[in-house]
Design a protein around this ligand. Structure first.
Ligand SMILES: O=C(O)CCC(=O)C(=O)O
Ligand SMILES: [Fe+2]
Length: 345
């Protein structure tokens, strides 16, 4: 029997189960075992962007490049996005997820082609595979405001707050991409045009889970973006990154945003920068809402190693692919698309 969307949404039914249903139990090798988790003192770098203009100017740049080479992940503080706006954005999304299922679905189903939508893992992952412990609201957030007429209108201030947040976080993203461009020896505006022309927002909601050791919020993956900027609440250690075979928990710094290199930037930089693998674990006590801002190219952009980074000793590692093909393949295969794009797997 087909289930209705409002019955599928995890945020609607999780309270009904005192234990994790078999559909959501991960196989033993994917479970968030304790053994691989590094000591909590070992975490990703925190970079102070407020010092950007301090001499010597290259300090921030070299910290960003180093973190992007060694971790593919860092947190930024004094990043220019207002604390109040960050709090308002997390709160409005919590309010969204607290609405009755039918209302949530109606508010996120306004676009004719499903570009703005609310989904649960059953819809994007194979239905016969183990499911993940989250729901996601996804929609474009173009600087031009295009598609905003399809965004939720409830909670009442959704468009105002998320519109303002995505505007501010874009400025931060472009600042970081300019520094990365400079660090790679490219022109300052290398990433400014169509390569960063199609940002989207993914607002995730992970309800409390009665048996966190059996489930995952998001499985191990690299982001299909140039760069992702993540807003997350304080006090919950849910995001983990894979570094040298160990899972490192990201310890949310006060008022920080998390920045990570996506697979597209790894390809364009011919692997000078790495898109680190990461995952999200669940917890028994507190619901977690996080907001990922993906800086994505326009569909027609061709993603390939930048020619000026190719030398006789550093030949291109990846085959060219249009972003629209990349996106379609990523939906089917996930991060394993990386191996398909290699010239010499
Ligand atoms: O919720 C998080 O902490 C991470 C989300 C994430 O990895 C993603 O949206 O790709
Ligand atoms: Fe991710």
């Amino acid at each position: 029997m087909e289930m209705k969307m409002e019955e599928i949404l995890l945020s609607s039914w999780f309270k009904l189960h005192p234990s994790v249903p078999s559909s959501h139990i991960q196989p033993p090798e994917s479970r968030p075992g304790e053994l691989l988790v590094a000591a909590s003192s070992k975490t990703i770098p925190v970079i102070d962007l407020g010092r950007c203009d301090d001499p010597p100017p290259h300090d921030t740049l070299s910290l960003i490049m180093k973190a992007s080479q060694e971790y593919g992940f860092f947190q930024v503080i004094n990043h220019g996005v207002s604390e109040e706006l960050m709090e308002d954005t997390l709160n409005i999304l919590k309010e969204f997820y607290d609405m009755p299922p039918k209302e949530k679905i109606a508010e996120s189903s306004k676009s004719p082609n499903g570009i703005c939508k609310l989904y649960t893992s059953a819809e994007v992952y194979r239905k016969d595979a183990p499911q993940y412990w989250k729901d996601t609201l996804r929609h474009p957030c173009l600087p031009s405001g295009e598609y905003m007429e399809f965004w939720p209108q409830k909670p009442e201030r959704y468009r105002e707050i998320v519109g303002k947040y995505t505007e501010e976080v874009r400025k931060l993203g472009m600042k970081i991409l300019k520094l990365v461009g400079e660090g790679l020896g490219l022109t300052a505006d290398y990433f400014c045009g169509e390569l960063s022309g199609s940002p989207v927002i993914l607002a995730h909601h992970y309800p409390p889970c009665p048996q966190p050791n059996l489930t995952l919020g998001i499985p191990k993956h690299k982001d299909p973006s140039l760069v992702t900027i993540l807003l997350q609440p304080q006090g919950i250690h849910a995001l983990q990154i894979l570094k040298d075979g160990q899972w490192l928990a990201v310890d949310p710094s006060p008022n920080a945003l998390v920045v990570n290199v996506g697979l597209l930037l790894q390809i364009i930089s011919n692997k000078r920068l790495i898109g680190a693998e990461h995952r999200v674990v669940t917890n028994a006590n507190t619901a977690r809402t996080s907001v990922a801002y993906f800086i994505n190219p326009k569909d027609k952009c061709v993603i390939q190693p930048e020619i000026s980074l190719i030398t006789s000793t550093t030949p291109p590692l990846y085959k060219p692919i249009s972003f629209s093909d990349f996106r379609t393949n990523f939906l089917i295969k996930g991060s394993s698309i990386e191996a398909d794009l290699l010239y010499h797997p």
